[in-house]
Ligand binder design. Structure first.
Ligand SMILES: [Ca+2]
Ligand SMILES: [Ca+2]
Ligand SMILES: [Ca+2]
Ligand SMILES: [Ca+2]
Length: 460
């Protein structure tokens, strides 16, 4: 995999929240190729619960990063293009379409990054009507954000049956399916969404629009990525490995409406491409986790006191005074409002009174202390995982499900062919039924980047 491609995809992801990574939907199997990724070795698994051809089947995907790895910056999945995908307007609004279960590891309130936090989302089919929107703010002053209320009293949180308005500020395109789930994390309602767009959709100027890549599917956590948001100090000060993600995508609703339908008998390759976060000083700790991003650490930021005698979160490699007896302890060394572990320049004031954690090159080292603010420090470790999945007995040319098997499957009208024809299937046909699960699995711990801690830019 070319570095360029990952880099291209990585950048827009960086604007997303920390927890987004925990929600990364990875539909893949196998082990990572560790080439060039000594500290980024994701493992993935993939299961089709019913491998019969041309029937709805659940897809269970897992993705794990072991402790000690850098967390990931981006993850892009590709469903085989022959998979049968049912558009959201063919599925009842509010129908259950899956579950996301994740085990995240967080650092809270400037403590070591070792708090295991389980997060579960029940995903529901959600409205695609961009003309009927809901705000992520509490515009009616009810003390609950509007998206997590049921103001129209139909039993669905408003983010389900109304389109969150921030999405258009990130991707100004019509999706063909949206699923959404809300769960409470630390007392705050958190919204997770998966959006699937038509092949070739310009999701972002920096994401390839080649139709051959299939359907871009983008994950949103809260409104992370909204250009109207700014960082702010918060309680989540780090997000690191280990990380586990289990994603169940249902093949059909409880009422038997199809959601995803297997292709014809054959073998199909799932591919995932993931990128690990940058580690400027090569000490094994990504820049977001490393309070001394430019100096190899003395200790491990996941372990209390290790390399940090005064327990202020600043490793001795750069702590100007690591001796507690000498009054070295200072959880916000530069007194800029961001605690050391959340601050992308712990020794340089760059809080809200200054440039507020500005990071031009998105390498998680703030402009205020970045030795080269316009060139990323540290490499992205890229990993590609492929898995061949067998449907039916695996024989035959394969191809998308027939129109009889899936009359509601999304059809890409190209060269006169359609998914439902069933007579020109096979991987070499012009039909493109791929999916890029461009899981916006980005990581920005720095800058108060944790999604829940973002807030509306003033005047926005
Ligand atoms: Ca370091
Ligand atoms: Ca210290
Ligand atoms: Ca600072
Ligand atoms: Ca930077």
């Amino acid at each position: 995999m070319k570095e360029r491609t990952i880099d291209v995809i990585h950048k827009p992801l960086l604007s997303l929240g920390a927890l987004a990574v925990t929600l990364a939907v990875v539909v893949l199997v196998g082990r990572a190729d560790p080439t060039g990724a000594q500290t980024f070795n994701p493992e993935a698994d993939f299961t089709v619960t019913n491998p019969e051809p041309e029937v709805p089947s659940d897809v269970i995907a897992s993705f794990d990063l072991p402790i000690g790895d850098v967390n990931f910056a981006a993850d892009i999945n590709f469903f085989p293009r022959e998979w049968g995908i049912i558009p959201g307007d063919e599925i009842p609004i509010g129908a259950s379409v899956g579950t996301v279960t994740s085990g995240a590891t967080l650092g809270l309130i400037n403590s070591p990054c070792n708090q295991e936090v389980p997060v579960v989302f029940d995903m529901l089919n959600a409205s695609l009507d961009r003309g009927d929107t809901v705000s992520m703010d509490d515009e009616d002053d009810s003390l609950t954000e509007d998206f997590a209320e049921d103001n129209d009293g139909n039993g669905l949180d408003d983010a389900i049956d109304h389109y969150p308005d921030f999405i258009d500020r990130i991707v100004d395109e019509q999706p063909i399916r949206r699923s959404a789930g809300i769960t409470i994390v630390a007392g705050t309602p958190v919204l997770l969404q998966f959006l699937i767009f038509e092949p070739g959709t310009l999701v972002d100027d920096l994401i390839p629009t080649d139709e051959d890549l299939g359907y871009p599917s983008v994950t949103f956590l809260q409104d992370a990525g909204d250009p109207d948001l700014d960082p702010s100090p918060g309680v989540i000060t780090d997000f690191c490995t280990p990380l586990t993600v289990l994603n169940l995508e249902l093949g059909e609703t409880a009422d038997g409406d199809p959601i995803m339908v297997n292709p014809q008998s054959g073998t199909y390759t799932f591919t995932a491409i993931a990128a690990g976060l940058r580690d400027s000083d090569g000490d094994g700790y990504e820049n977001t986790l490393d309070t001394c991003a430019l100096d190899p650490n003395v200790g491990n930021p996941r372990v209390q006191v290790d390399g940090d005698l005064d327990v202020d979160g600043l490793d001795a490699a750069c702590d100007p005074n690591d001796d507690p007896a000498a009054g070295g302890t200072d959880s916000d060394e530069d007194a800029d409002g961001y605690s050391n572990r959340q601050d992308n320049c712990p020794l340089h004031a760059n809080g809200e009174a200054e440039d507020n954690q500005a990071d031009e090159d998105s390498d998680q080292i703030g402009d205020a202390c970045d030795p080269d603010p316009s060139v990323e420090n540290g490499e992205l470790s890229t990993v590609t995982i492929e898995k061949v999945v067998t449907i039916g007995d695996g024989t035959g040319p394969g191809g998308p499900p027939s129109a009889e098997a899936c009359p509601t499957c999304f059809v890409l009208d190209e060269n006169g062919s359609s998914v439902g024809d069933g007579d020109d299937g096979g991987s070499s046909s012009g039909i493109i039924i791929g999916i890029i699960v461009a899981v916006i699995a980005a990581v920005v711990i720095i800058g108060g980047g944790a999604a829940m801690m973002m807030r509306r830019r003033e005047g926005a």
